[in-house]
Write a protein that binds this ligand. Structure first.
Ligand SMILES: NC(=O)c1ccc[n+]([C@@H]2O[C@H](COP(=O)([O-])OP(=O)(O)OC[C@H]3O[C@@H](n4cnc5c(N)ncnc54)[C@H](OP(=O)(O)O)[C@@H]3O)[C@@H](O)[C@H]2O)c1
Length: 317
């Protein structure tokens, strides 16, 4: 039986439309999951327009729901287990998911919160780890009001770092101090003392400015580039005591890191801020709000099972 899904369609207003796709056929190391919640990432919006997800293919990376068929090889969770996953084609009512790409959702975490964790949480966790996070380090998080940013601020604070959160406007600073930011700045205004780590999701001129603030031995993790602007380094900006600018992307199995994040959420050591939640029928609204920088934290789509409205051809067609 076909399942409902959000597929890429360049002619649609947000380049995505609800459609029916074939029922997924799981491989031997995959479970079948009925997805109830999915989160929308900035990267999904890029994927819908860049061709990285082909026209007609299902969009999305973050899904949470219930296992309805266990993996044929006997690994992974049993039928009825609530799980969260980072998987291609997440925006579908039923998805076949590798057991290494998911984690069980512990008691006390609801599926909307769980769905918000995968891409943003794993990116924050892994980029901080790659940067060599440690107690007493000065960590700058740019785009701190967004999905990756809010998780990075909290995880860095828990590791004992001094956390500097950079946002675009005063309104976007809301809640950051309460979740662990020692300083909250508009852009990089007033920041003079060097930092040891930069988790950058903005790129452009702010990346160049952050590089200039980086202490010898420090690390900039280039996680994203929401500014869409070029970064122009002045002559000799990269000549001097060793420090690094490292590209970042999520690769390989994420199950263990997802389990870490869901446990932290269950212990309330990680707050999942959901700034927008609604039916996937309202995808365009969520996409516009995310692009318009009006969502604090994450946008979560509810995969409601309403009827699919297929236009009925008129007699003259
Ligand atoms: N490499 C990876 O594996 C990986 C994984 C996850 C995400 N990413 C990338 O990381 C970036 C952030 O993702 P996200 O999901 O956290 O996005 P998000 O929730 O939309 O947050 C992005 C933040 O960037 C800031 N921003 C947006 N447009 C901006 C602009 N024109 N100039 C300056 N700042 C701007 C906004 O903060 P203010 O409104 O406060 O300025 C916003 O809160 C994206 O580029 C995404 O593709 C990469």
């Amino acid at each position: 039986m076909p399942v409902r899904a959000l597929v890429v369609d360049p002619s649609a207003s947000a380049a995505v439309r609800l459609a029916e796709v074939p029922d997924p056929v799981p491989g031997p190391t995959q479970v079948l999951v009925d997805v109830s919640h999915a989160s929308l990432n900035y990267g999904d919006l890029n994927d819908a327009r860049s061709g990285r997800v082909p026209v007609g293919a299902v969009l999305g990376s973050d899904a949470a729901g219930v296992v309805v068929q266990a993996a044929a090889d006997g690994t992974g969770p049993a039928v009825g287990t609530q799980v969260v996953a980072l998987t291609a084609g997440a925006f579908a009512a039923r998805v076949a998911i590798d057991v290494g790409a998911l984690a069980e959702v512990p008691k006390g975490v609801d599926l909307a919160e769980a769905a918000a964790l995968p891409v943003a949480g794993v990116a924050a966790l892994r980029s901080l780890r790659a940067a060599g996070l440690g107690p007493g380090k000065r960590v700058l998080v740019t785009g701190a009001s967004g999905g990756v940013g809010r998780f990075a601020v909290q995880l860095a604070a828990q590791a004992g770092a001094h956390v500097i959160a950079s946002v675009g406007s005063p309104a976007r600073a809301e809640g950051l101090a309460a979740t662990g930011a020692d300083e909250v700045l508009i852009g990089l205004e007033g920041l003079q003392r060097p930092v040891d780590v930069v988790i950058d999701s903005v790129g452009g001129p702010q990346l160049v400015a952050a590089w200039n603030l980086l202490a010898p031995g420090g690390s900039v993790q280039s996680v994203g580039w929401t500014s869409g602007e070029s970064a122009v380094f002045p002559p000799y900006a990269t000549v001097g005591p060793a420090k690094s600018l490292t590209s970042f992307v999520i690769q390989g199995e994420v199950g263990e890191d997802l389990a870490t994040l869901t446990e932290l959420a269950a212990e309330r050591a990680l707050t999942v801020e959901i700034g927008w939640q609604g039916s996937w029928d309202r995808f365009d609204e969520a996409a516009e709000a995310l692009r318009g920088r009006r969502i604090s934290g994450k946008a979560v789509l509810e995969l409601t099972s309403g009827e699919l409205h297929v236009p009925v051809p008129s007699p003259q067609d």
